[in-house]
Write a protein that binds this ligand. Structure first.
Ligand code: SAM
Length: 292
């Protein structure tokens, strides 16, 4: 059954006496073209394992399954899982996992054995892809979860790519460049290359959200920057603490340094002391971390 239609979505939910949960970010896709565009963008090949976050009633899952070796569909809402058992009944290569994706263990403990990170899922980090029409309230934690972790590319539990529908403004913030950088952009770009593929009208969802959305593709770097990540993030957090203030103030306060010491540190990295955090490039932050 074609699920990407407002009538069908409403009928399926009504049959189970379910109302979409705003708390769980349940805005279902009702535009078949968007579903196809998202799946096309994910560039799935028959050897890929796909991890879909929040399958809902299975609209996107139905599009992904014929393209992939396996789809692991992680859904928090038990009521949706009951629906999925019916809507996906004819598909053999789907595993439905009823849990909060943020609690999912994606970190293989033992690289050499290619430990199964996702309950029988992807054996190695390189060959699984995350695809989702994300519940907006967990956008940042989900991205963080799949990008952070061990820094050995082959066994980090990191996906090959994340192809996501997120709020338009959040996608733009993640892809920002100087002089409009922000802490989310730095936190993503230190691990990956984000790209906005297309904008999506809010009329493509039911219930209709307040804002438009975007397809955002995030590709983790093959070779992560050789930096001390905890130190890097301590500096970035301190730098953005009060974004309207000069970097000099934020870093002096954050590290308890004299203004002179902070100025020297910035000077060494060709950063003028009057600049604000949003004007720094990724390389500037890396340089700061390497010289602290
Ligand atoms: N994929 C479906 C679609 O595009 O029509 C539904 C997308 S809807 C925006 C988000 C889905 O994520 C809902 O089904 C919701 O129940 C589920 N969800 C919300 N929070 C979740 C979490 N922490 N872990 C897993 N799924 C979650």
């Amino acid at each position: 059954m074609r699920l990407a239609s407002p009538r069908v979505v409403k009928e399926i939910l009504a049959k189970q006496s379910i109302k979409p949960s705003r708390g769980l970010g349940q805005n279902f896709l009702i535009d078949g073209n968007v579903v196809k565009k998202l799946a096309d963008t994910a560039n799935i090949d028959p050897n890929d394992t796909v991890l879909e976050i929040g399958p809902g009633i299975g609209t996107l899952t139905q599009e992904l399954a014929p393209r992939a070796k396996k789809v692991i569909a992680v859904e928090k809402d038990r009521k949706m899982v009951e629906i999925l058992k019916e809507t996906l009944a004819g598909l053999q290569n789907i595993e439905i996992v009823c849990t909060d994706v943020l609690k999912l263990d994606t970190q293989p403990k033992d690289c050499s054995r290619g430990a199964s990170a996702l309950g029988g899922g992807p054996p190695r980090a390189e060959n699984y892809k995350v695809v989702a029409n994300l519940p907006y309230y967990i956008t940042a934690p989900v991205i963080r979860k799949f990008l952070e972790g061990e820094h050995k590319p082959a066994c980090a539990g990191r996906p090959e790519s994340l192809t996501l529908i997120v709020q338009k403004e959040v996608a733009q913030r993640i892809c920002a460049k100087p002089p409009d950088m922000n802490i989310l952009a730095v936190s993503v770009q230190i691990y990956a290359v984000p790209k906005i593929i297309a904008y999506i009208k809010k009329t493509s969802f039911w219930p209709q959200p307040k804002v438009d959305a975007a397809i955002l593709q995030i590709t983790p770097l093959a070779h992560p920057y050789p930096i001390h990540f905890p130190k890097f993030f301590t500096i970035v957090k301190a730098g953005f603490k009060q974004p309207r203030k000069q970097l000099m103030n934020n870093l002096s306060v954050g590290f308890g340094f004299s203004r002179q010491k902070t100025e020297q540190w910035l000077y060494k990295n060709n950063i003028h002391s009057t600049r604000r955090a949003e004007t720094l490039s990724l390389q500037d932050w890396i340089n700061l971390a390497n010289t602290l």
